[in-house]
Write a protein that binds this ligand. Structure first.
Ligand code: NAI
Length: 336
């Protein structure tokens, strides 16, 4: 059983005499900096010159160059995209790290694949929210929490884990629970969802659309059924209130029989082989190397794959429903 830390298990005092620097003011950077500030600390913010810097200034932060905040901070939250982290680390952070400094990641990626290797004596911790940045902020403001995974690498005398837990509390995660994890586990869970679970759902949705259209159904009605109705979201919410299987009882008997009797047919042996292959690519680092090469080459496959989905008939049906989608989005936004 994973150890789960909640608010009462964690003391944030360990942060009170440390200078906290947040590098990056994007999805996570903005949410975490504001939450930490509202928790009573005074984080410094670093950002390159771009629109995120303007946003941080609008939010009331003084924004400094990355290397300055790396030099001045005792605890550095490194919150820029994983794929640009290694270069920024080498050029603007590594030269300023001293023994006892703590470098905090919101994902396990670069430490697990050893594309960033901080020197001995520097604390390498992970506080990885399992939540998009926007909701990290909105849940905190609503007095609610969100799960996060915490870890501390090579922390033989256990001095850095309390810092990770204190940060998890300061951003609001321990209101829900901070799970004792590892850089490897976070990376594997994250990449496996991105490469097996979500693409599986994406592909099944497209297949559902294609087959119904082939069988004479209206593309706009099918698109509405697929996601615009919000039933998908309601089912996901019912999983929380009634349980993953318990929510099945909210469906008709016909639906329950259909779902339970067809589930295995949707996972034939060839699919299971693919699932194993994806897991192997994640665990062996093959995916990491493939993605690094794709970036070096200027992302030609990413561009082609995006074009392929934008050319799908579902995109056309969606465009035709744009006016309705905006109405639904407004009422959905108002209700949430
Ligand atoms: P983001 O894409 O929102 O990052 C934008 C920020 O990165 C901006 O401050 C921008 O100025 C800076 N930036 C971009 N390229 C840069 C460069 N070349 N040099 C210097 N700064 C640069 O990043 P996001 O999504 O907040 O991710 C940050 C970390 O949080 C990552 O480790 C990610 O895996 C993790 N994470 C992200 C989640 C999300 O909801 N997006 C959820 C949980 C973890």
């Amino acid at each position: 059983m994973a150890k789960i830390y909640r608010d009462n298990d964690v003391d944030v005092k360990i942060l009170s005499d440390r200078r906290i620097g947040v590098i990056g003011y994007g999805n996570q950077g903005r949410a975490q900096a504001l939450n930490i500030k509202d928790s009573g600390f005074e984080p410094s913010v670093a950002n390159r010159d771009d629109e995120y810097k303007d946003l941080a200034i609008e939010d009331g932060f003084e924004v400094h160059p990355i290397s300055r905040i790396a030099a001045e901070s005792d605890v550095i939250l490194f919150l820029i995209p994983d794929e640009v982290q290694p270069r920024v680390y080498d050029e603007q952070i590594r030269p300023h790290l001293n023994t006892g400094d703590v470098l905090c990641f919101a994902s396990g990626y670069n430490v697990h694949y050893k594309t960033i290797r901080p020197p001995a004596g520097v604390g390498v911790i992970m506080v990885a929210p399992r939540m998009i940045g926007e909701a990290v902020r909105s849940l905190y403001r609503d007095g609610l929490g969100f799960p996060c995974l915490v870890a501390s690498e090579n922390d033989n005398d256990g001095q850095f884990m309390p810092v990770a837990l204190a940060l998890a509390k300061a951003i609001g995660a321990t209101r829900f629970g901070a799970f004792d994890s590892s850089f490897r586990e976070e990376t594997t869970i994250d990449l496996f969802a991105e490469q097996m679970l979500w693409p599986g759902i994406l592909k099944l949705c497209l297949l559902y659309f294609e087959k119904l259209i082939e069988n004479g159904c209206d593309p706009q009605i099918v698109t509405t059924e697929l996601y615009l109705s919000g039933e998908f979201v309601e089912i996901a919410k019912a999983m929380i209130t009634h349980g993953f299987f318990g929510q099945l009882k909210l469906h008709s008997q016909t639906s329950q029989f259909g779902q339970l009797s067809c589930a295995d047919r949707m996972a034939p042996p060839e699919l299971l082989e693919q699932v194993d292959e994806v897991m192997d690519e994640v665990c062996s680092g093959k995916f990491h190397d493939k993605w690094a090469k794709e970036q070096r080459d200027g992302k030609p496959n990413m561009t082609r794959l995006w074009q392929k989905v934008l050319d799908h008939p579902l995109a056309k049906a969606e465009a035709e429903l744009e006016a309705l989608r905006k109405i639904v989005a407004r009422s959905y936004g108002a209700a949430h």
